[in-house]
Design a protein around this ligand. Structure first.
Ligand code: HEM
Length: 402
């Protein structure tokens, strides 16, 4: 039975394809108070914590992001091809094999070696902007920090960050509802990233180093664990998947702290709270505002029949602030809450979560230690406020702490 034929299950309707739809909004919280789900123009939205936790691991749901281009009128071409083959959109044995191959490079042990470089990088960027008392936070801190972190991780020259970040953020337009109209730019950026990945693979084959890319290149050559095509698709995903997300999440962190200046002061006084600060930002203000799943067959969940092929969007912030799961859902870095969904969950849980947590929990307390009275110094501009969201520009004014 189709969900539309179930009037007894009262729920709201959310038009999630409307470019002006705001996912972190009262409208969505009101819908959550009405029911654990809402209907959308694509299918369903899951709004409560317990249901999101269960459905992220539900055997009748599989990754649904592959449908995004189709939903936006794009069914073929280089972007579609790449998107259909990225780790995020694979399932079963191919997904498990590729994830197993790249996983060791993301371990906390590997990160320990990189953390001092992340710290030096954050200090360098803060030094460069602090004397002026104002900055454009996204281009002066969030973007170079996120991009250079990925360069450090993948062993790429940090001087190339601008080129890579440019391609990556253009590719990021693909996650917006204007995908179709932006397609020519998106495919050009993808081509740039592919050429860069190809050159990188050839360089490492000729001149192997100690870095992450060398390890993948050698794995691919020695035992054919990963084909060359899979490797270039993976490299483009890692550059893209790590850069924009971290940049946007840092911008959203500043938004959260400006709304809660007392929390900024607390972080400056108690930098040991940085891990929880990152978790709180991601629980209450995640950049990946939903993860998408698709029903592989008809099934019933909590009295609701979900038809095969239904697209299910799981709303991370509505679930992360669900009062049923946490008595005090407000942003509070001194309080521990149940695990957030800012990195998704289940089989596709973010591969880069250790690195993202680590680089953000280095950057945020350093910013708080150096800058105070941080406020907006003009209007910020924004990506659409659903899907993958965050500030495009964020002019800030601040004082430097004595
Ligand atoms: C998956 C968020 C940083 C690589 C995911 C997912 C989310 C996410 C929500 C799951 C999507 C789904 O289930 O549909 C974030 C956020 C980040 C971040 C918010 C930063 C704040 C990174 C970094 C990397 C990375 C630094 C790598 C350099 C990946 C990959 C996947 C993934 C490869 C796919 C995993 C799979 O399908 O098995 N990320 N991510 N991410 N992320 Fe991240």
């Amino acid at each position: 039975m189709n969900i539309a034929a179930q009037p007894q299950l009262d729920s709201d309707y959310l038009d999630v394809s409307d470019p002006s739809f705001v996912i972190h909004s009262q409208e969505v919280h009101d819908a959550r108070e009405r029911n654990w789900f809402a209907r959308t123009n694509y299918g369903l939205a899951i709004l409560r914590y317990e249901e999101m936790k269960q459905l992220l691991r539900h055997p009748k749901l599989r990754q649904g992001s592959a449908a995004w281009p189709r939903h936006n009128g794009v069914t073929e071409g280089p972007f579609s091809d790449w998107w259909n083959h990225v780790l995020l959109n694979l399932e079963g044995s191919d997904h498990a094999r590729l994830r197993r191959l790249v996983n060791p490079a993301f371990s906390p042990k590997m990160l320990e070696k990189m953390n001092p470089r992340f710290q030096a990088l954050a200090e360098e960027l803060i030094d460069a902007m602090s004397a002026r008392g104002h900055c454009e936070f996204m281009s002066e801190f969030a973007e170079p920090y996120a991009a250079r972190v990925i360069c450090i991780m993948l062993g790429l020259p940090e001087t190339e960050w601008k080129k890579i970040a440019g391609w990556s953020s253009t590719l990021g337009l693909a996650l917006g509802v204007t995908l179709k109209q932006d397609l020519p730019r998106i495919e050009k950026a993808l081509e740039g990233l592919y050429q860069y990945a190809d050159q990188l693979i050839d360089d490492r084959l000729r001149d192997p180093g100690e870095d992450f890319v060398t390890r993948l290149v050698l794995a691919q050559r020695d035992d054919d664990a990963m084909s060359r095509d899979e490797l270039r698709v993976m490299l483009v995903l890692l550059i893209f998947g790590g850069m924009d997300t971290t940049r946007n999440q840092l911008g959203l962190a500043m938004e959260s702290f400006m709304q809660h200046p007392e929390q900024w002061e607390l972080l400056a006084e108690r930098p040991e709270l940085s891990g929880n600060a990152v978790a709180e930002v991601m629980r209450t203000n995640p950049t990946v505002t939903w993860v998408t799943r698709e029903a592989v067959e008809d099934f019933e969940y909590q009295g609701l029949s979900i038809a095969k092929g239904t697209t299910v969007h799981l709303f991370s912030q509505a679930a992360g602030t669900d009062p049923r799961a946490m008595p005090s859902p407000e942003f509070n870095i001194a309080e521990e809450h149940p695990p957030h969904f800012g990195f998704g969950g289940g089989a596709h849980h973010c591969l880069g979560h250790f690195i993202a947590k680590s680089d953000m929990s280095i950057a945020l307390p350093l910013l708080a230690k150096r800058l105070c009275q941080v406020r907006l110094d003009g209007d910020a501009t924004w990506l659409p406020r659903s899907g993958n969201t965050g500030p495009v520009t964020m002019p800030l004014a601040f004082r430097v702490r004595a």
